[in-house]
Write a protein that binds this ligand. Structure first.
Ligand code: SF4
Length: 350
């Protein structure tokens, strides 16, 4: 079974740290965009088998009416996730999303401290995020994931704990937390370069990561991937399939696909995509070593780890010195080393 990813490349405003492909939404674009998505799906449907899961990401999927998403959410019997931004979640929106077929929501909260949200250009307040969560619950969503960012400008360990505690008090089923990265071309990176902003120190980020692991564990969450925590049985099925090399089809500009052996990428250009969505995907030529490295990098981000049989005898000898045994004959990076896993990956990469 495969995964379906639908990219919604629209955002109402650009967050200061974000380098994802997205642009402003104009009302007339949504219909034309979904026509193009339908054409791409019709042309490429045969690349993978039946869909088990759907993930609608962005951009900001909650910037479009849920009725546009319904035909895609209907394509999978399993987990059907839609990313939402707090400022879009009204009772009418939440009910429409549920009626459109979503059974899981991933909401970008990022922080529960207003000054931190403002510093990175988020359009919602901490209270709006809390209200949006309550609205989703009231509509009937019983599988909600919340996103947080640590290492934000002006964030202290104490304010991070406040965001963490506040989010855990809401009692979501899943939590994703990422350390802020300074990507090329973003407003935040420009501010650092011009001396207007200072990056959080590695030491502070490490402490925040440890606080995160401790708080999530105390709240009963399983740390199943470097940045992801879930109540038992609530791990993200769609994303876990990415880490396991399950095939997936990605629709929309900037989306990636993998049919089990070949990777494809759609150029991140809306205008180009709208002109010829059927032939947008370009093959990314991969060597066997590239494939091994992809598997290594993704699988070793997880508590499940990697199948030891993928290593040559020499590699396996080295891997056994760097990794710990995991169930089912697998090997994994010990949780305590996840934050510094790059040095281990560099030793094992081909
Ligand atoms: S973080 Fe999300 S909402 Fe903000 S610009 Fe990026 S994709 Fe859009």
């Amino acid at each position: 079974m495969a995964g379906l990813y639908v990219h919604i490349p629209f955002c109402r405003a650009k967050c200061a740290y974000c380098d994802f492909y997205s642009g402003p939404l104009r009302a007339f674009e949504a219909r034309g965009y979904f026509d193009a998505i339908a054409r791409e799906l019709a042309a490429r449907r045969g690349e993978v088998g039946q869909f088990a899961t759907v993930y609608v990401g962005g951009g900001t999927p909650s910037s479009v009416e849920p009725s546009f998403l319904a035909p895609y959410l209907a394509l999978a019997p399993g987990e059907r996730t839609v990313e939402v931004n707090p400022e879009d979640v009204t009772p009418a929106y939440a009910e429409a999303l549920l009626a459109a077929g979503a059974n899981r929501v991933s909401m970008g909260v990022q922080s529960l401290v207003d000054s931190e949200l403002q510093a990175v250009g988020r359009r919602h307040s901490a209270d709006a995020a809390r209200r949006a969560f309550a609205t989703l619950r009231a509509a009937g969503f019983d599988n909600i994931s919340l996103d947080l960012i640590y290492g934000l400008p002006g964030q202290s360990r104490e304010s991070w704990r406040r965001s963490l505690d506040g989010v855990l008090e809401l009692a979501p089923e899943h939590l994703s937390a990422y350390s802020l990265t300074y990507e090329e071309g973003t407003l935040l990176t420009a501010r650092v370069r011009s001396g207007k902003l200072e990056e959080a120190s590695d030491e502070l980020v490490e402490q925040m990561y440890c606080d995160l692991c401790a708080a999530a564990s105390a709240a009963g969450f399983v740390h199943y991937e470097i940045s992801n925590f879930a109540l038992p049985g609530r791990e993200a099925v769609h994303n876990s399939a990415y880490w396991d090399m399950t095939p997936y089809l990605g629709l929309g500009p900037g989306a990636h696909s993998f049919d089990g052996s070949v990777r494809r990428a759609n150029p991140a250009n809306l205008k180009e995509y709208l002109t010829h969505p059927e032939t947008a995907a370009e093959v990314e030529h991969e060597t066997a070593d590239n494939r091994f490295n992809d598997l290594l990098i993704t699988a070793l981000r997880t508590a499940r780890g990697i199948d030891a049989s993928v290593f040559t005898p020499d590699e396996l000898r080295l891997a056994r010195t760097l990794l710990e045994p995991a169930p089912e004959g697998r090997l994994r990076i010990a949780e305590a080393d996840w934050l510094t896993s790059n040095s281990i990956l560099l030793e094992l990469i081909r």
